[in-house]
Design a protein around this ligand. Structure first.
Ligand SMILES: C[S@@+](CC[C@H](N)C(=O)[O-])C[C@H]1O[C@@H](n2cnc3c(N)ncnc32)[C@H](O)[C@@H]1O
Length: 455
């Protein structure tokens, strides 16, 4: 791989004898990996692929999965480079926590956090870029989140409305991306010797806002996918110097994960508690991760939380749908109609006034004239809600994702049913007799074959 001469020189100076192995790793193979979602069923095809576990993640495996496979579309697996999985593992939230993923699209870390929150607490997942937030929405939907709000805001706008609110904040910062050069050759084009310092300026701005949103006793996790000390050890040295209430927590180092390098910043030995992931030392791309504990004591007055917003006719239609579906346990959500769309908003969510909300919660469905039409998101999130389901075969699933109407072997009760294939909810069908009318979202339809959907 053709690396910039200034880049080579910089890391020769920093790494000395180790530089040879470091630079050689850029010509090695890119490591692939995937995570299994512990909150969904595991299919036989998944079991067959789960043969190379990743030592530092109980839900991570080396190997490749297909984005068109049933398991991926139904949120049972997520394709993620193995080093990136350390972030979700080190950030692992406790059940019931209020968590913020501040730089979240396309959702690799968000889906990892969701796996561990198990529908409890609250996840606010934010992406500043309006184009990238759509992919985040798709992944949150696939992961069946009923505890998540998606915002499309600047860190400063969020910090104004949610000071001292979160137990845990992840800043997976925009960075110079040096750790991804092997995976994404185009990233090299953007690199100049000054680029890490430019990124560092933005990272300091983001962190300045992030710290305002932490509760006393909370945790801040900071990660990048770059080797640049300006964005890694030096960023943490700046944070510790600027905010003495923060202390680094030692991260467990296994499978080739290394200590961070205090000598690349101000020499503070505490910095070694953070982690460096180097491709010449482990099976993965380049990353840096630090976990900090906030010992501040100032508490902030609780904000008003969201309230139900539903007209009487809308409530009647929803209740009729609940009865028809056998839906019994949609707990922790406040119902809000936004226009004709009904959302289940996490009840822990404060009211936001000036923050752009991309999705206030899980979309439950749409009010049509005198009826309620359930959403794809609700079908995907139906595990454990006691709703009526109908099993379909892999062949029928291929017809379904192509948008076709198909027949069941025997007739079922007329109405909406969650279709389940290999134990995974895949969407809604409206059944009349044996015929299944297709409600798979039009924008997601594709011509599926056994070959192009194989996991
Ligand atoms: C490393 S990527 C996040 C990857 C994501 N966490 C994942 O695991 O899929 C960094 C993100 O930060 C966003 N970003 C860029 N500038 C930002 C800023 N000033 N404040 C907050 N986020 C920013 C980018 O749009 C990008 O999506």
């Amino acid at each position: 791989m053709q690396l910039p001469a200034a880049f080579i020189q910089k890391y020769q100076d920093l790494l000395g004898d180790e530089a040879l192995a470091f630079l050689a790793a850029f010509d090695g193979p890119v490591e692939k990996g995937f995570r299994v979602n512990p909150n969904k069923a595991t299919t036989a095809a998944m079991h067959a692929k789960m043969d190379a576990p990743i030592a530092y993640s109980p839900i991570g495996y080396y190997g490749k999965v297909n984005g068109n496979a049933l398991e991926h579309l139904a949120g049972a697996v997520y394709s993620q480079e193995p080093s990136a999985m350390t972030v979700g593992e080190f950030a692992k939230p406790e059940l019931g926590e209020r968590v913020l993923d501040l730089c979240a699209a396309p959702g690799g870390k968000t889906t990892h956090l969701l796996s561990y929150l198990q529908q409890t607490g609250l996840l606010v997942t934010n992406e500043i870029n309006p184009k990238r937030v759509t992919a985040l929405g798709d992944n949150v939907e696939r992961y069946a989140a009923r505890n998540t709000v998606i915002t499309n805001a600047t860190p400063a706008a969020l910090a104004k409305e949610l000071p001292g609110f979160f137990d845990r904040i992840l800043v997976d910062a925009p960075c110079s991306g040096e750790g991804m050069f092997r995976k994404d050759h185009d990233a090299i084009q953007y690199w100049t010797p000054d680029y890490p310092a430019e990124c560092a300026t933005r990272q300091r701005e983001i962190l300045t806002e992030a710290v305002k949103m932490l509760k006393p006793g909370g945790h801040l996790i900071y990660s990048t996918c770059t080797f640049a000390p300006e964005e890694d050890e030096q960023m943490m040295a700046w944070l510790l110097a600027t905010y003495p209430e923060f202390e680094l927590e030692a991260l467990p180092k296994t499978a080739g994960i290394a200590d961070a390098r205090p000598e690349w910043a101000d020499g503070n030995p505490e910095l070694a508690k953070a982690a460096r992931l180097f491709p010449h030392l482990m099976r993965g791309e380049g990353h840096f991760i630090a976990k900090l504990h906030y010992r501040g004591t100032d508490t902030v007055k609780a904000k008003k939380v969201v309230r139900e917003q539903l007209s009487a006719p809308q409530r009647q239609l929803w209740q009729a749908f609940e009865r028809q579906q056998g839906l019994t346990s949609l707990s922790g959500l406040v119902l809000q109609a936004h226009g004709d769309q009904l959302y289940g908003v996490p009840e822990l969510m404060p009211v936001l006034r000036k923050v752009k909300v991309f999705r206030p919660g899980i979309l439950l469905g749409t009010f049509k004239k005198n009826r309620f039409e359930p959403s794809y998101a609700l079908a995907l999130a139906s595990d454990g809600l006691g709703m009526t389901t109908v099993s379909i075969s892999r062949d029928q699933w291929q017809q379904y994702v192509h948008g076709e109407t198909f027949d069941l072997a025997t007739s079922a009760e007329t109405g909406f049913h969650v279709l389940v294939c290999d134990g995974l909810p895949v969407g809604y069908g409206k059944i009349v007799g044996k015929t299944v009318k297709n409600f798979f979202p039009k924008g997601l339809r594709f011509l599926a074959t056994p070959e192009n959907t194989e996991l």
